[in-house]
Ligand binder design. Structure first.
Ligand code: KIV
Length: 289
């Protein structure tokens, strides 16, 4: 399938305005990012979910700037068509304005990302100010409202957000404020479908949903969930489009069995030596014995 041209911020807006859906997936390393890019996905998010799905942390709070930049660099080397978005980790933007801009800038200057993502902006956090500062410095920024994993403990864990009319209203107001603050798009995570659809209708910028129904302008999933590389947490919206966990376990078991039986590697999978050279070498060693 022929892929459309390189993705740009205007092309995302164009998709929203013409009703064509936007696709985004997470990736954390060169190999997977390259496949995601070849498959024609619009945005590759180096999410701080890397902490939970690739680094084994119990939450995203432990992820550092250096860890994020390390993974962003690997993804950047692999991706030529999609936009690469680096997720700003906990405490990298809830700090001084100067430090926030410096941290966001590192994603572009050091890791080659096209944009950054910032969680929050609803309630008492400083994310709206961070978004304004980052966008004001000329750095494209994607917002993230609804369930925001970095502060999930504050709302009692990984739960559906904006469930009642008041909370839905707060979400809508926060979305409008983030748009005004300069976001080029907004991730809506784990909110009722009608709320996400209404926010999408009211915003000029695109929304990208995860657990937010089909009324968003686009959809994002964590790549491990999509591939069926199951972790400990299985939200209902994380449809596995493959079951690679089974495939991987089967392949590894087969490798183990064949090594133990002595059937791997075979002659075809080994390198022979020139017979004359081998004879010469053996002779040399037999004399030394
Ligand atoms: O870190 C992440 O993977 C995310 C997505 C779930 C949107 O923020």
């Amino acid at each position: 399938m022929a892929l459309p041209e390189k993705v740009t911020l205007p092309s995302l807006l164009e998709k929203k305005n013409s009703g064509r859906k936007i696709t985004m997936l997470t990736a954390y390393d060169y190999a997977i990012a390259s496949l995601v890019d070849q498959a024609g996905i619009d945005l590759v998010l180096v999410g701080d979910s890397v902490g939970m799905v690739a680094l084994g942390y119990s939450s995203t709070v432990s992820v550092t700037m250096d860890e994020m930049l390390h993974h962003c660099k690997a993804v950047r080397r692999a991706v030529s068509r999609a936009l690469v978005v680096g997720d700003m980790p906990f405490m990298s933007f809830n700090c001084s304005r100067e430090q926030t801009i410096r941290n966001a800038g590192r994603f572009l200057q050091e890791a080659g990302c096209d944009a950054v993502k910032v969680e929050g902006g609803q309630g008492s956090d400083d994310s709206e100010a961070a978004v304004r500062a980052i966008a004001g410095a000329g750095i494209p920024v994607l917002g993230h409202l609804g369930l925001t994993p970095q502060t999930a403990a504050r709302v009692g864990g990984f739960k559906l957000q904006a469930k009642d009319a008041q909370a839905a209203d707060q979400l809508l107001s926060a979305a409008l404020r983030l748009e005004k603050a300069g976001c080029f798009g907004l991730v809506l995570e784990c909110v009722p479908a009608p709320v996400a659809a209404e926010v999408t209708r009211r915003l000029k910028i695109p929304t990208i949903g995860i657990g937010a129904g089909s009324g968003c302008d686009g959809q994002v999933l964590v790549i491990n969930d999509l591939l069926g590389l199951k972790g400990d947490f299985h939200p209902r919206f994380a449809r596995p489009f493959a079951q690679l966990d089974r495939t991987i376990i089967k392949a590894v078991q087969q490798f183990r069995a064949e090594v133990e039986k002595g059937t791997f590697p075979s002659d075809r999978e080994s390198y022979a030596m020139d017979p004359k050279q081998l004879a010469l070498w053996k002779k040399k060693w037999s004399k030394k014995k």
